[in-house]
Every structure is written in C-alpha cells, then in structure tokens.
Design a protein around this ligand. Structure first.
Ligand SMILES: NC(=O)C1=CN([C@@H]2O[C@H](COP(=O)(O)OP(=O)(O)OC[C@H]3O[C@@H](n4cnc5c(N)ncnc54)[C@H](O)[C@@H]3O)[C@@H](O)[C@H]2O)C=CC1
Ligand SMILES: C[C@H](CCCC(C)(C)O)[C@H]1CC[C@H]2[C@@H]3[C@H](O)CC4=CC(=O)CC[C@]4(C)[C@H]3CC[C@]12C
Length: 369
C-alpha cells in the first residue's frame, strides 16, 4: 500500500459499515487513515448519519447492498485496496433462522473472499468473535486465555457456529492468488463482548432498569468474568491491521487476534453497572436473586415459548439457554499478540471508554437520577 502511485489514494470498503462496530470503523478510518481517498460503506440498511460525512475531503460512497448477493458484493469490492468485513447477523436470541444466519455470516463471507479474488483486492480484514472459541456448551472457563490457549470449542448455536466457519474460510483464503497474481492477505479479529456508544443491549438493559424503578436484579455470580472491549479500540485495531498488513504480510497473513484493551475483568452485569450505575441504576443483590436451576428452567421455558409462539409472533427475550450459559461462564483474554505483531496499543484508556459510554447512555434517554 505504500506504492508511490497509490500512497495517497487508498480505497477501503467497510461491509456492515452502518452497524454498531461498522460505524466506529468508518469514523475511525476517516480520522486516522491519512492515505484514504475513498471509503465505501456497504450495508443492508444505510444510516442517515452517512450524509454528514460526505462533505469532507474523503469520498464517502454509500452502497445499499446484501452480502448474500455475490454480484452486489463483487461490484462493491472492485477497485478497493482493502476490505474490512464487519457485516454479520448478530443473533443469539432466536430472531433469525439458523439458515439465514448461515447465509449472511458464512455465505456472505465466502462472497467477500471470492470478490477479492476475482477483482484483485489483496487485503481482507474479517471481524470474527470470541464466540468462535467459546464459551463451550460444557461451561469450561477460558480464564485470561490467549490466541494459543488450548480450549475445546464446541459449537451448537447457529451464531458461533457461523462465525467459526466464516473465520476458517477467511484464514484458509490467505495466500490465494487474486486477479493479477498477487497473494490475498487475510486476518481475523476476535472481539470479546463489545461495548460503547451505540451498544443496543446496553440500551435495552438501561430501559429495563428504568421500567423496574431504577433497579436491575443480579442473575449471574459476580465471580464469573466476562471479557469486554471498548468499540473505539476494536475499530482502532481494524484500522491498524488494515494499515500494517501489507508491510507485515508474512507475519500477519492468516493470523487471528483477540481484541483487548484495559477494560476491567468483571461479570457481565457488574461491568454494565460501570455505566448504568452513574446513570442512576442499582444492581440489587450481592448474589444472584434466583437460584441457578430456576434460571435454567426459565431459560428453557422461554425457548419453548419462542418455539410455540413462532407461527404467531416473535418472542425473543434476553434470557435463553444460550445467553444464560454465555453470561455464566468465565471467558476473558489476556494477550499482547496484536501489540507484538502490529504495534497495537489501545487508543482509548479505560477511563475514556467508560466516560464516553456513560455520556452516551445518559444521552439516549435522559438519566434515571
Ligand atoms: N457486538 C458484539 O459484542 C460483537 C460483535 N462481533 C462481530 O462484529 C461484527 C459487527 O457486529 P455489530 O456491530 O455488533 O452488529 P450490528 O448488527 O450492529 O452490525 C452489523 C451490520 O451488518 C449489516 N448486515 C447484516 N446483514 C447484512 C447483509 N446481508 N448484507 C449487508 N449488511 C448486512 C447490518 O445491517 C448491520 O449494520 C459482526 O460480524 C459480529 O459478529 C464480534 C464480537 C462481539
Ligand atoms: C444477553 C446476555 C446477558 C443477559 C444474561 C441474563 C439474562 C442472564 O441476564 C449477554 C451476556 C454475554 C453476551 C454475549 C457476549 O458478550 C459475547 C458475544 C459476542 C458476539 O460476537 C456477539 C454478541 C455476544 C454473543 C453477546 C450477546 C449478549 C450476551 C449473551
């Protein structure tokens, strides 16, 4: 990418560029990639905020498209130097069918790879997930693990299964010859639970707390650690990988990197309280209010209701057997692979990440205080 003719004229494509993470990647590229000439934002649903970006020096091209449609993907990829593929169906609540999840996450990713090969795009960054590793269905803890930590990954749920398959496709495509004969260079980034401005589930918890008179009820023991990473740092990692992967293709090609920063190790609920607490919510109970067996029963009941009601309506509560298992199993990472391979340091400190997220939660609905 440092070729003199192309040095100032990079074209990036961000699939899923209007999603929670995708929007941060787009904005980060505009702020932190000085060689950017054009950024193509490809998404099923385009956000109105894109219009405001079109007045800047970088050409922002909005493309309404579907990753499951190979010809739409190929048209969007043609002429791009780098593809950052964040588009995906993030569904662990049973809103979409397993078939649709597979089509978007696996076939969509295959379409992106083939488009790179056909059109001669050499660099592909894929947003994978911690979920390709675990937690597994046996509830084994993954405690401060890294990219090389052995772990029995067992995927039964459609979402992690699709992410694992897609990640494998991306990694196996590394080294394939693209049009023109150069090798494709691919990397996969595995965020843990992402939080920050635009995080829908955080908003849902906040609204739920407001409805319950400013209270949330502890469901998960405080001792279960759940890995979290700030969206701005995840976006920054994507930008850095894209920037560095040409110079360090031999080292980085075909590699996976967990996304990490200085966010503290806490349970899912205690971590959320770092933001929801200052917005006036209180987490009731030092231990889970309901015994685990009862939660398992309620989760199973929700799954049954979802199945029974499906012909009539979509019933997709936060609690189901899968989300309960994920929230109840320790999964945290401790690694410096991204720092060693491409010089990553978090752009946002924990204090910044926390403050930004609190301000966003407060701005969404007004505070409960
Ligand atoms: N939210 C999280 O905690 C984590 C997310 N990830 C991954 O990060 C990526 C982004 O996730 P989020 O931003 O959280 O989700 P999101 O749902 O906010 O964003 C996904 C975007 O992809 C778009 N999209 C969905 N289907 C599409 C299709 N067929 N064609 C084109 N665009 C399509 C959506 O319209 C949306 O804008 C996903 O690949 C997800 O698997 C990984 C780890 C954690
Ligand atoms: C919704 C869950 C919390 C509610 C649990 C209850 C009902 C017992 O209070 C969330 C707990 C953990 C979350 C997942 C985790 O952060 C890892 C993820 C990675 C992804 O790639 C996509 C999102 C997710 C699966 C995330 C989804 C929500 C939780 C299950």
């Amino acid at each position: 990418m440092a070729d003199s003719a192309q040095a100032q004229k990079l074209v990036y494509l961000v699939t899923g560029g209007c999603g929670f993470l995708g929007e941060h990647v787009v904005r980060m590229l505009l702020q932190r990639e000085p060689r950017l000439h054009e950024i193509r934002v490809f998404d099923l649903h385009l956000g109105p905020w894109l219009e405001d970006l079109k007045t800047g020096p970088v050409q922002v091209t909005a493309i309404q498209g579907d990753v499951t449609q190979a010809q739409e993907v190929t048209a969007a990829v043609a002429g791009a130097h780098v593809v950052i593929h964040t588009a995906g169906l993030v569904d662990v609540f049973g809103r979409a069918s397993p078939k649709t999840i597979h089509e978007v996450n696996v076939q969509g990713t295959q379409n992106v790879i083939e488009a790179c090969v056909q059109t001669g795009t050499q660099f592909l960054v894929y947003t994978s997930s911690m979920e390709v590793v675990g937690p597994n269905t046996k509830g084994h803890p993954f405690y401060r693990g890294n990219e090389d930590t052995p772990y029995e990954a067992i995927h039964k749920h459609p979402y992690p299964r699709s992410k694992a398959l897609a990640e494998r496709l991306v990694l196996e495509a590394n080294g394939r010859k693209v049009r023109g004969g150069l090798p494709l260079v691919t990397c996969a980034l595995r965020p843990t639970g992402i939080y920050g401005e635009g995080h829908q589930i955080m908003r849902d918890f906040y609204r739920q707390g407001l409805r319950l008179g400013g209270r949330l009820f502890r469901a998960v023991p405080a001792s279960v650690e759940h890995g979290r990473v700030y969206v701005g740092n995840v976006a920054w990692m994507h930008v850095l990988v894209a920037r560095e992967m040409k110079q360090r293709a031999a080292l980085m090609g075909g590699q996976v990197y967990f996304c990490y920063d200085a966010s503290p190790y806490k349970s899912y609920e205690d971590f959320n309280m770092e933001f929801l607490g200052p917005c006036g919510l209180r987490l009731v109970g030092t231990r889970p209010l309901l015994p685990y067996w009862l939660l398992v029963l309620l989760a199973a009941l929700n799954a049954l209701l979802q199945w029974l009601l499906r012909p009539l309506l979509l019933y997709a509560p936060l609690l189901n057997p899968y989300t309960l298992a994920v929230a109840n199993t320790t999964f945290t990472v401790s690694t410096n692979k991204a720092q060693r391979h491409f010089g990553y340091e978090p752009l946002f400190s924990w204090e910044d990440s926390r403050t930004r997220t609190i301000l966003w939660v407060k701005a969404t609905e007004g505070s409960a205080q």
